[in-house]
Design a protein around this ligand. Sequence first.
Ligand code: TGC
Ligand code: FAD
Length: 404
Amino acid sequence: MSSSTLDSMINHSKVDKYTHHDYYGIDELLTEDHLLARDAVRDWVKQEVSPIIEAYSEKAECPTHLFKGLAEIGAYGPSLPTKYGGGGMDEIAYGIIMQELERGDSGIRSMASVQGSLVMYPIYRYASEEQKMKYLPKLGSGEFIGCFGLTEPDHGSNPSGMVTNIKDDGDAYILNGAKMWITNSPVADVAVVWAKDEEGKIRGMVVEKGWKGFSAPEIHGKLSLRASITGELVFEDVRVPKENVFPEIKGLKGPLSCLSKARYGISWGAIGAALDCYDSALRYSQERIQFGKPIGQFQLTQKKLAEMITEITKAQLLAWRLGSLANEGKASPSQISMAKRNNVAMALDIAREARQIHGGMGITNEYPCMRHMMNLETVLTYEGTHDIHLLITGYDVTGLNAFS
Ligand code: TGC
Ligand code: FAD
């Protein structure tokens, strides 16, 4: 997109919004580094995302020019070591960066979640040293864009049923199959792909754009996450050099360990979307006059706002405690599931309530609530659906597995 077209899409009146809402003084639990990271990302979102996001969302176009900027603010792998392209910070810093990105838009947070947690993290954790040095610095700097292929057309919630497969062919494996609903795939330079080997074990590998037999067509018609680009991955006898296949990790725990990392980030990210809706609704309730008084003076509006800030505060405390556990290496997958499920559902409820407070104006793109609401329908579904996370908690507390 040319810079003049981009300039015409900028809504300058949106540059100065956002009030800081910290009802329980959670800032006091954060370090100077956390606050610096948060404020830097918040400012970047105000300048680069908020003024353009409604226009990109309306056109269902991904603002791909932001991939570089996200790298510059350290949004890719904030808690990965700097040697491997990450930010060298802790898990709370990672979470709070996701929160500020999703205050702008869930699709922008997705761009960063996929790159950092679903592409850089598996390469960092499972690839050979040579492969790490080949891919990670380029991914960390935004020179390469990555995507993560787990879901298939017939295997979403149950990835262990996947049919994408690799067969040994001397110095390479031959990859066949298809992946569906893959964030960033049409613009990705590399894809982390999960496929079954000849023993039926799930293996991970890095596949590069341009390899013969590999294509990534875009999926159109999304009414949610419209500023994020989504596609398929199609593999027809793709030759994957053996060094590109992760040597040790076998089984579903490979991709699920990456999902734990990304789901953790979403549990913080969703708070950002909720805060943006709450912020907008609070302002509107103080400015909009009906029956001779601000609508915020009506008890029913106050009930909505009071419940919103209560739920946001509970979600912030859950995320902060989960972050502390993650910093100690003690956050379990089921604790992460609880936070992802609770915080995304909380944000979706708040987006709906905030939309109501804006009355008819709430359905327009003058206000962010409807866009967040539509986005959050995806967030509720990807990285494990709302009900799958409930069943993970159910298994954890009963010891009885609903999936087997
Ligand atoms: P199950 O037998 O429970 O587990 C298989 C093995 O994995 C281990 N494990 C985990 N390891 C690390 N982290 C986790 N979170 C783990 N959860 C389980 C487990 O201990 C076991 O290990 P081992 O050594 O015994 O082999 O597997 P199952 O087949 O019964 O499935 C369980 C279930 C349903 C919970 C799982 O399949 C699941 O989570 N399904 C949801 C699928 C999902 O979340 N897909 C997401 C696709 S990626 C995406 O949506 C990206 S969106 C990106 C964006 O734009 O932001
Ligand atoms: P299904 O698994 O078919 O589920 C349909 C319904 O059945 C859901 O309500 C589900 O909760 C319910 N259900 C399924 N099993 C059970 C059960 N055992 N008990 C009770 N209810 C059940 N995937 C990737 O790999 N990489 C990506 O980058 C990626 N990005 C995405 C981006 C977008 C915009 C979207 C929409 C999805 C993305 N996904 C990605 C895929 C996403 O993870 C899946 O959509 C999700 O895991 C659900 O799978 P499904 O859509 O096949 O639904």
